[in-house]
Design a protein around this ligand. Structure first.
Ligand code: ASP
Length: 332
């Protein structure tokens, strides 16, 4: 049912009722970036299979790599900036365009949960740096040391040359190999972006990262930026990204993918077109940098696309739990 609501300018717009957002589906589903998405999906699936909301599912899901020191590109264990500070970026978005984000927050184990509180408890969408930390502490979050000894060791090693040079897909090379309990110590980026549809057919997404390793102090990537690292439009679908954030921000990547799905492109095709836009904007950088998109539409169809080989995403629904290998543009 549509009801009329007045905007600030007095103009009448059509607003949706709560029920109108619900279209029951018997097939909840969750997808998330990289190998560490498998464990994250397990936590999200627990919520989804018991009838929980996609919003609760994505928050629960991405909290897993946030607290896992083996994942050195997200949360605890994440690589610090070039001055040795672990600064974290995260955002979350639900099926009603509600969203929250924290940028460059320090000392907090679960930035995604702070982002959700920004969404639910403040009139704002983004809190950054000191202000984000203050808000977290005021709301009962604990101040913690987020620099894991392994990450500190790797940073000190990096300081010897102090060359800034993102490593493509390094995360994917190590995680979940039993021989290598602290893999990815050579990784210097890779975010978890997670998209879920719940049993009511509602979509939500979450995205959280420590950003590019050894970045400049204060640098913020695409991941906490609504429309860049994550976007959800419950009428159409949801998208998220991972890779060199500067290239994603330039094209408002996740929003672009959702708009392409609105035009009728499948999730995979929409992601491919966004990746092609990256090449068009910055062809020289695109040859060297990894950027990947992941998307799901309103029917639970999903797909991804990357600039370079190596991108994988994890899928979980009632029938399957598996890793997917999307296509890529460059063939090296
Ligand atoms: N997109 C993240 C950033 O630029 C890094 C990554 O996903 O690899 O901060």
């Amino acid at each position: 049912m549509l009801g009329a609501a007045a905007t600030l300018t007095g103009e009448k717009v059509l607003a949706r009722s709560e029920e109108e957002y619900d279209t029951v589906t018997d097939n909840p589903i969750v997808i998330s970036t990289w190998n560490f998405g498998l464990d994250a999906n397990k936590a999200a699936w627990k919520v989804l299979k018991s009838g929980g909301t996609a919003l609760d599912a994505v928050e629960a899901g991405v909290r897993i790599p946030e607290a896992d020191p083996r994942v050195n590109s997200v949360g605890y264990g994440g690589a610090p900036d070039r001055d040795g500070h672990v600064t974290l970026d995260a955002c979350i978005m639900d099926h009603k365009y509600r969203c929250g984000s924290v940028m460059a927050i320090e000392h907090i184990m679960h930035p995604i949960s702070v982002a959700r509180l920004v969404m639910e408890k403040t009139p704002h969408i983004v809190l950054a740096g000191e202000g984000a930390l203050q808000f977290a502490l005021e709301n009962g979050f604990k101040k913690e040391n987020m620099l894991h000894p392994e990450a500190e060791k790797a940073w000190k090693e990096w300081l010897k040359k102090a060359e800034y040079n993102p490593v493509m897909n390094a995360e994917n090379k190590g995680y979940h190999k039993k021989k290598d309990p602290m893999p990815g110590s050579k990784t210097n980026h890779d975010t978890i972006g997670m998209l879920a549809m719940d049993a009511r057919g509602n979509l939500s997404g979450a995205c959280t990262t420590s950003g590019l390793a050894y970045k400049m102090r204060g640098r913020v990537g695409d991941s906490p930026i609504i429309g860049a690292g994550l976007y959800v439009d419950n009428e159409v679908g949801a998208a998220t990204s991972t890779g060199v954030g500067e290239e994603v921000i330039r094209i408002a990547g996740s929003h672009l993918v959702v708009e392409l799905m609105r035009q009728g492109y499948s999730p995979e095709k929409a992601c491919k077109k966004a990746v092609e836009r990256i090449i068009k904007c910055n062809p020289e950088v695109a040859k060297k940098a990894q950027v990947c998109f992941l998307a799901m539409n309103k029917h639970g169809e999903h797909g991804g696309y990357a600039l370079h080989p190596g991108f994988v995403y994890a899928l979980r629904d009632k029938n399957t739990e598996e890793m997917m290998q999307p296509k890529h543009i460059y063939q090296e």
